[in-house]
Design a binder for this molecule. Structure first.
Ligand code: NAD
Length: 436
């Protein structure tokens, strides 16, 4: 390796914004991060295998809800994008934000991290800081990424630097941004951590260092697991309240008046999104290697995964009350996105609800102001408009995603029958309403 960027030189380049920053993987996590560094005054190069995304950035087109086209204004030429990893050799620091999905057998698929790390290693330059930001199981930074980078011949902590700084973005959330969401940072060596901290200080108000990458990796997966387990608890409460003949929503609102030691979570049609349904399996999978079975994670998964079928049962019961079977009934699903006010349909439970209702012979249509069309089992379904005709022509409405359009323009009185999995339909509506 040629001469390493000294500590003082690295610090100086960050302080003067001369440092060149790279972001590998320009999706929900990577693109807002690239924007944040560019807005802070750095020259940023995004590297993505998708020529389509690279072109969209070059043409200042938006492809993510959190990054509208107007955010490109004022960046001048500070944000570049390429599919060519050769650009990595020009960078002082880079962050890897590639996907970490599950394989078909629900085990971690680190192939994106491995491939990105290999491409970075092939272009590693002395003194470079590489930070992994993808969500992953404890041990990934030091056991998977480090050996790949070491193949370039350098020593970590002197020739190159490796950190971990987990992503915490909540897409669509206007209150908690990259700037005001505290950032966990860790390094393989103290100097790796110091450089990682220095880098993120430029765009984040509060930095929280941890003693090792494994602590930060575990903290991140624990955050998502906390949510998955609490949602499962709320879902189980809904199943129990159904037996008791009372409203789970009223129970939770009542419990939430306790000013301490209770954090309200609410039931719904199941888990969705790129993180909560997936990340707990990363933790459970890793712990199996240590002979530990993460029972609470498994139980939470089972309860959450059962919810779409429970919704289907509620639809069948509601239709039964008006002497109709699912077969032949026109059922309007409200919302295919996994949560309110986003385009993202990844892992959305709406798909399983749709699949199950189609299998039972229903005529299934959907309305989602954020999702123009969906593909399910090779068939394409297009959204209907949110208007009184759409609503009144359905035998049953199923509220799955509480988009603000449904709240701001309520059309519930045009409906005959509603199954509400989000408790957004007001009690005074004239339609027959079943809540989960
Ligand atoms: N989406 C979220 O809300 C969220 C929140 C917290 C954490 N995360 C984590 O952030 C990471 C990235 O997720 P995302 O939602 O941004 O994914 P994404 O699918 O939106 O984007 C990933 C991007 O990486 C690119 N890519 C894949 N392999 C590549 C490679 N070898 N080299 C260069 N580019 C490559 C893809 O083309 C894509 O543009 C994941 O670990 C995820 O769990 C995501």
């Amino acid at each position: 390796m040629s001469e390493v960027l000294s500590t003082a030189a690295f610090d100086e380049r960050i302080a003067t914004r001369e440092a060149k920053i790279g972001i590998v993987g320009l999706g929900y996590a990577g693109l807002p991060l690239a924007m944040a560094f560019a807005e802070a005054g750095f020259d940023v190069t995004g590297v993505d295998l998708s020529a389509e995304r690279v072109l969209a950035i070059r043409e200042h087109r938006s492809y993510l809800v959190d990054v509208p086209a107007q955010r490109y204004r004022g960046l001048d030429a500070r944000l570049q994008a390429t599919t060519d990893y050769a650009a990595v050799s020009e960078l002082d620091a880079l962050t890897i934000c590639v996907p970490t999905p599950l394989s078909k057998t629900r085990s971690p698929d680190l192939s994106y991290i491995v491939s990105a790390a290999e491409s970075v290693a092939a272009n590693l330059r002395p003194g470079q800081l590489v930070v992994l930001q993808s969500t992953t199981y404890p041990g990934t930074t030091e056991e998977i990424v480090l050996p790949i980078l070491q193949q370039s011949g350098g020593e970590v902590g002197s020739d190159f630097f490796l950190g971990y700084a987990p992503e915490r973005v909540d897409p669509g959330n206007k209150q908690w941004t990259i700037r005001n969401t505290p950032k966990l940072v860790a390094g393989v060596t103290p100097e790796c951590r110091r450089r990682t901290e220095l880098l993120y200080r430029e765009i984040v108000d509060t930095i929280v260092p941890t003693s090792s990458p494994m602590v930060a990796e575990t903290a991140k997966v624990h955050e998502n697991t906390f949510r998955a387990v609490n949602i499962a608890l709320a879902n189980e409460l809904a199943l129990m309240c159904d037996r008791l003949g009372i409203s789970a929503w009223e129970v939770i609102e009542a419990a939430a008046t306790k000013p301490f030691a209770f954090l309200p979570h609410f039931p719904g049609p199941g888990l969705g999104g790129d993180c909560i349904p997936i990340v707990p399996h990363y933790l459970a999978w890793r712990l199996r290697e240590y002979g530990y079975s993460a029972q609470l994670i498994e139980a939470a998964h089972e309860i959450n995964a059962r919810m779409p079928l429970y919704v289907v049962q509620k639809v069948a019961d509601a239709l039964n009350e008006v002497s109709r079977p699912i077969k032949g009934s026109r059922i309007l699903l409200l919302g295919m996105a996994y949560k309110a006010d986003v385009h993202d349909t990844r892992e959305s439970p709406s798909f399983e609800v749709m699949r199950q209702l189609l299998q039972r012979g229903g005529e299934i249509v959907f309305c989602d102001p954020w999702v123009p069309w969906v593909e399910l089992d090779d068939a394409r379904h297009e959204t209907l408009e949110w208007n009184a005709d759409t609503v009144s022509s359905a035998d049953c409405l199923v509220v799955l995603t509480p988009h603000r359009e449904f709240l701001e323009r309520p059309l519930w009185d045009s409906a005959q029958l509603i199954v509400d999995t989000r408790n957004i339909v007001p009690p005074e509506t004239s339609a027959r309403v079943t809540r989960i």
